[in-house]
Design a binder for this molecule. Sequence first.
Ligand SMILES: [Fe+2]
Length: 325
Amino acid sequence: MQTIDNTIGRDVATTIARISVDPDRALAALTEIDDLHRANGSPNETPILWRLARQARPILSAHLPAAVAAVEAHSQPFGPCAVAIEGLAPTGSRLSPDAQRVLALALGSPLGSPFQYLQQNDGVLVPGLSPTPGVVANSGASPGPFAAHSDDAILPPHLRVRSIALFGVENETRVPTGYAPIEAILDRLDRPDRAILMTPDFAVRKPHSFDLDGGSWSAPLPLVFENAAGELCVQCPTYNTRPLGAAAARAFAGFRRAVDEALQWLVVGEGSYMVFRNDRGLHARPPIAGRRTVLRTYWRPDTASLQAATGQAGPVFDLRPLLAG
Ligand SMILES: [Fe+2]
């Protein structure tokens, strides 16, 4: 059995880095990105937006180097597990929705390759998530609560989302987003419960947002494990996890209490950008009142594993062969 005691307390990795950018520098960067987008005919097609985003990366490096450096640090093993950047909607800036997507992709470009699942959010690479009446709770488009979870826990770890980026467009009632690094969760548990969480005594259910029939529950798996780099990782939708046996049930009850205590809350509002490790912590939000829209992007260092599993070039991948793998 793996031991986790020597990995707890790595405070750099569990720090949520927060940055506020200078309004004048932000306005200069956004103006140049808007010009870049307009000069290319104001496109809305994914491959063009991603190409423009890569062209916009030097603009961000020139005007907002601390923001770029923070995202680069986040992309490294044992880097800050979450980064929040404020001030990306300075007075006088007017980015169209697609130019905002260019900015969101450019901010995330140190993270590697953006991608999306074909059967989620209509296969849109950078979907705008807004509350939609009638959508059930625990899904990105729901106005209801979204309990603590990691996305796509049912997929094998080498195919999962590594980082999730949220770019805030509007957040009328300042609905917060919560994030709990796995180390902060495990610090609140005793050694026997930590050990049980690392044994394959749990099953997780396919998320509602995967628009697919059949095959609802995973094979037995651990909720916590160590990746090849030695980082602690977690795979757990707390509302869609089934402990297999009494000891697992006791450990899971403690885990849920620890998650509630460990969640740190930030508001992703207009001009905010938040990126967090999906595989190294759980995220959550309360019900949404009023208008709230975030542009969400999934990232991996590269999509070679997704390409190999699907036979597709990407950046949009069919979930069916991924779930089979
Ligand atoms: Fe999520």
